[in-house]
Design a protein around this ligand. Structure first.
Ligand code: PAF
Length: 285
């Protein structure tokens, strides 16, 4: 039977017992509204870890004032059924006050090159909220291993940075993007899309595919590859580009040509919904 943990004391007790047993503890942090992409992370954790803890917490500190914190889908009962099916041992589902009680004042920030671009530049304070909640979740769960999706590639880079800098003893695993058959990257925010918008949203993966094909055909110029993506996105009238960027990966350095593994990342608004997607060019598959 999967345990439902709602308080800091409950997760501490659960993790304490798991720790005494001496095995590995896999944590899969989520904001819920679970889809197949999340479940892939859970299965990965289940395959490799003795104990698996999922967290379902819509973290208020990582949302900006004009973002979708209130509207973010909450489906805890459905989530529990899915987690139980993939064999998760416990789910941590705290109330916001449990994580950020009266007087809460400590935050984790990651400065510089890793956060001043891509989603970090468009969503001020976002990675501070992510790093803060994850530090708390790593401490509480005593995770030896934690699993994240490549769809949030910048998040993975930021997490690896603060885990190393703050000497947090957890291994960070990045799992490839889970896609629907149509190519659409799975995301809880896909729930916001109407049927017409969902169709329009296919332009994200299609544009990345075109750039990937150009790269594989010998095109290395960052400007030329970005142009391929922009042109394809430009054909979809419901798509409004937020960014199309290419940086070295995982360093996120500016480059003029793709000569090492590089992240081609895009953020696009389809109607009111902002979606992200990416591909890593030049990586061994
Ligand atoms: O990727 C997410 O869903 C969130 O940023 C995370 C890692 C669960 C932290 O709230």
């Amino acid at each position: 039977m999967m345990k439902i943990l709602r308080t800091v004391e409950e997760i501490k007790a659960f993790a304490g017992t798991a720790c005494q047993q001496g095995g590995t503890i896999g944590l899969v942090p989520t904001m819920g509204a679970l889809h197949e992409g999340h479940l892939t992370l859970m299965r990965e954790a289940r395959k490799h870890c003795d104990t698996v803890i999922a967290s379902v917490f819509v973290n208020p500190t990582q949302f900006g004032p004009n973002e979708d914190y209130e509207a973010y889908p909450r489906r805890f009962e459905e989530d529990c059924k899915k987690l139980e099916e993939v064999g998760v041992d416990a789910v941590f589902h705290p109330a916001p006050k449990e994580m950020y009680p009266e007087g809460y004042a400590a935050y984790v920030t990651v400065d510089g090159d890793l956060t001043n671009k891509l989603c970090g530049a468009r969503r001020p304070g976002h990675f501070r909220g992510v790093a803060t909640v994850l530090t708390k979740l790593f401490n509480l769960s005593r995770a030896t291993d934690a699993y994240f999706g490549q769809k949030d590639a910048q998040q993975v880079v930021v997490v690896r940075r603060f885990v190393e800098d703050l000497n947090i003893p957890v291994r960070i695993h990045m799992v490839p993007i889970s896609r629907e058959e149509s190519g659409l990257a799975r995301s809880s925010r896909n729930m916001y899309l109407s049927a017409e918008e969902k169709e329009a949203a296919l332009v994200l993966s299609r544009s990345l595919g075109k750039a990937e094909a150009a790269f594989e055909g010998g095109e290395n110029s960052v400007e030329a590859l970005k142009k391929v993506v922009r042109e394809e996105l430009g054909l979809e009238k419901l798509a409004e580009i937020d960014y199309v960027e290419i940086y070295s990966f995982p360093g996120l350095k500016e480059i003029a040509e793709v000569r090492e593994p590089s992240l081609l990342a895009i953020a696009v608004k389809i109607g009111k919904t902002r979606l992200i997607d990416n591909v890593i060019l030049g990586s061994e598959r």
